[in-house]
Ligand binder design. Structure first.
Ligand code: PRX
Length: 669
């Protein structure tokens, strides 16, 4: 695979944002206590973390429990890093058992709110650390009974219920790696990931509630199992949580009810002592080829990194009546790191909500904030844009005065949405932490600290401690201020990915070859005259739809697998709510008749192949795609056509000039 050539000067910032917001002067009073309370403190700690990373990370790691101390903090042989080498620990122990041992067993660890609402209100469950200890032990023992051993991969495909967090923690407890698949993905996506991970046990539910409807999780798993069986792969066991009580098919011998297995299981299941570099989980994410990649994270470094980033970035303080809510799904990395693994060791209750933000009405999130007196709230720009569209009145109906820190993640936030969040949700008194990071980085990399960093709408500001982030050209030279370039990380950090499951070459090619010995994130960025980072978006064929990564090739392969399609090209197009939407240009087989019905069929086909998030917003049926004389599809041209803007591209290499005019006519009616 060759890297597309990249001209850093092609990234230009069109933003000239002059608004600055200092941390509110009463922030320390409101919080009771703040870990880092001035920019100069941040700078002091940052400089030390870079000049003596070993001392810095040792101090943090010592705050957690290890069965055996490490011999060396870091072994770095680019691009391979090992952290806390020789140390043994267990992340479930640190999230759960450690809190019980320290006398906090009856404090709330997880607050959960279900989606359905009846006259008595929504269903609410509170799980203490002691509950989590018992439940993870039971499920851990049940999994062992099903034959799961240390190092095996367990697939988890569930709705946002406490048992999803319990399943993740139970795997970690017994030393099995988990691979969580977002509940919105299709059966094909499950089958692909189960195959790649060579996983033999799946934990799922009968269904999941989403906007008042049932997502048929078990049916999807059944179909995935059929696909797997056709490829001679067996799934040994499917564990099914009863949630929606919808009718499901049952295969004796393979399928087991979650409640029956756990009721029969012993409560004694000591956490396994894991080597720091043992795999904790795989999490699949899109890249620029059609095949999702299984990002590998290991135990010790990831644990230390998520613990400390969650603590400092959200200012989590145990014992101060804080309630932290991240609205992500555990199927994404945000849910892994900032609903479960980074939050529980900090002993602040983590709120989980099962359903949609507009069910039963557009004020659901604010209803939840008011009911549970949420103090830290973490969501995505796409959600904020939807709230803006629905109107401020939904938030204004509720008392949001408990909120103290607001966070955002997943894509660049447009200054208009930032200001709305600041004014309407934060009442102009809550710092906004715009956190830049990735599935691969494990945790926050560039982000404000709420009591220390002045913020400016649209910038994720400054690197977290220990993170040597820079904007460089292809030779690795730092770009001058306000000049676009590649976002890289020049030194290893504890939460970094350790590889792509089963594909060393792709790992090297994707992240390490572009700029020698630097981690290349795949984002374009610039730094301004204050050293603040501005993320300008992906530089590969990955588009960011509602804060979720999708490879354009993945969607193209899905389209081409439809019998009516010859060729497809997919590009991103600006979208009011999603940030980027999907436009697909499709050429049909001669027997296929273009029609609105066919377009709908193609959309459904993509949803079946990948999941509803990949459904194209526009499908344009066309006789031909614009190609260069050497046969390459001219994607930039397609982006202009999809966005409805006049093209400023040089079209002299276009093979057939009439194609362009026809494409413009192909707009969906
Ligand atoms: O392009 C960046 C964007 O999301 C990508 C990572 O996606 P994913 O691995 O799915 O993880 C999302 C949640 C961490 C990045 O390469 N991105 C993420 N956060 C931001 C962002 N872009 C701008 N600002 C952010 N705060």
């Amino acid at each position: 695979m060759t890297q597309p050539t990249f001209d850093p000067s092609s990234i230009e910032s069109i933003l000239h944002e002059e608004r600055h917001f200092n941390p509110p002067s009463d922030f320390v009073d409101r919080m009771g206590s703040v870990y880092v309370s001035s920019l100069s403190d941040y700078e002091k700690i940052y400089n030390r973390s870079i000049s003596d990373p070993q001392a810095f990370w040792t101090e943090i790691a010592e705050q957690l429990h290890w069965y055996r101390p490490w011999d060396r903090v870091l072994e770095w042989s680019p691009p391979d890093a090992k952290w806390f080498v020789g140390g043994q620990t267990n992340i479930c122990d640190n999230c759960v058992d450690r809190q019980v041992r320290n006398g906090h067993g009856d404090e709330t660890a997880i607050i959960w709110e279900g989606e359905p609402v009846d006259n008595g209100g929504p269903e609410i469950r509170r799980l203490t650390y002691a509950d989590l200890q018992r439940e993870t032990a039971r499920l851990g023992n049940a999994l062992k009974k099903l034959g799961v051993r240390k190092g095996d991969v367990v697939t988890i495909y569930m709705g946002m219920v406490p048992e999803l967090a319990i399943a993740m923690l139970a795997c970690a407890r017994i030393g099995a790696a988990h691979s969580v698949i977002f509940g919105g993905f299709s059966s094909q996506a499950i089958a692909d990931r189960v195959t790649d991970a060579d996983s033999r046990v799946i934990i799922t539910g009968d269904g999941a509630w989403r906007r008042g409807k049932i997502v048929p999780l078990k049916d999807n798993v059944d179909q995935a199992c059929e696909t797997l069986a056709a490829g001679n792969r067996d799934v040994d066991a499917v564990v099914v949580l009863k949630r929606c009580e919808n009718a499901i098919n049952w295969q004796d011998g393979r399928d087991h009810w979650y409640h029956e297995l756990t009721a029969a299981a012993d409560e004694d299941c000591p956490p396994e002592a894991m080597d720091s570099e043992d795999v904790l989980f795989l999490l699949y994410t899109s890249g620029s080829t059609g095949k999702p990649k299984g990002i590998v994270h290991t135990t010790g470094g990831y644990m230390v990194f998520t613990y400390i980033t969650a603590r400092y970035v959200f200012n989590l303080h145990p014992g101060r009546d804080q309630v932290y809510w991240c609205t992500a799904d555990c199927g994404w990395v945000t849910g892994h790191s900032y609903i479960v693994y980074g939050v529980l060791p900090n002993r602040v209750p983590s709120l989980m909500y099962e359903g949609a933000p507009n069910f039963p009405a557009e004020d659901r999130f604010w209803d939840i904030v008011e009911r549970h007196r949420v103090t830290q709230f973490y969501t995505a720009p796409t959600a904020i844009r939807a709230f803006m569209k629905w109107g401020a009145e939904h938030a204004e109906k509720h008392d949001l005065s408990s909120l103290k820190v607001l966070g955002t993640v997943g894509e660049p936030i447009n200054p208009e949405a930032w200001m709305w969040y600041h004014r309407v949700i934060g009442g102009e008194r809550c710092p906004i932490v715009d956190t830049w990071w990735q599935t691969e980085t494990g945790g926050h990399m560039i982000t404000p600290l709420p009591g220390a960093t002045p913020t400016t709408p649209g910038s994720c500001t400054l690197p977290f401690f220990g993170i040597d982030a820079a904007v460089v050209n292809e030779k690795g030279e730092e770009q001058p201020a306000n000049t676009g370039g590649l976002l890289v990380i020049r030194k290893p950090w504890p939460g970094m990915l350790r590889g792509i499951h089963g594909d060393r070459e792709r790992f090297l090619e994707t992240y390490w070859r572009r700029v020698e010995n630097m981690y290349c994130a795949g984002d374009g960025a610039k730094r301004d005259e204050h050293g603040y980072f501005w993320i300008m978006g992906r530089i590969d064929d990955v588009i960011n739809v509602s804060g979720h990564r999708l490879g354009t090739m993945e969607v193209e392969s899905a389209l081409v697998s439809h019998p009516a399609v010859v060729e497809a090209a997919v590009v991103g197009v600006p979208h009011e709510i999603k940030g980027t939407g999907i436009a697909a240009f499709v050429t049909l087989e001669s027997h296929a008749e273009p029609s609105a019905d066919l377009r709908e069929q193609l959309r459904d086909h993509v949803a079946r192949e990948i999941g509803a998030i990949a459904k194209p917003d526009q499908i344009r049926l066309t006789d031909a795609l614009p190609k260069t004389r050497s046969g390459k599809i001219m994607r930039r041209l397609l982006r202009d056509v999809a966005a409805g803007t006049d093209t400023e591209q040089d079209v002299t290499t276009l093979e057939d000039l009439t194609v362009l005019a026809k494409l413009r006519e192909s707009e969906e009616e």
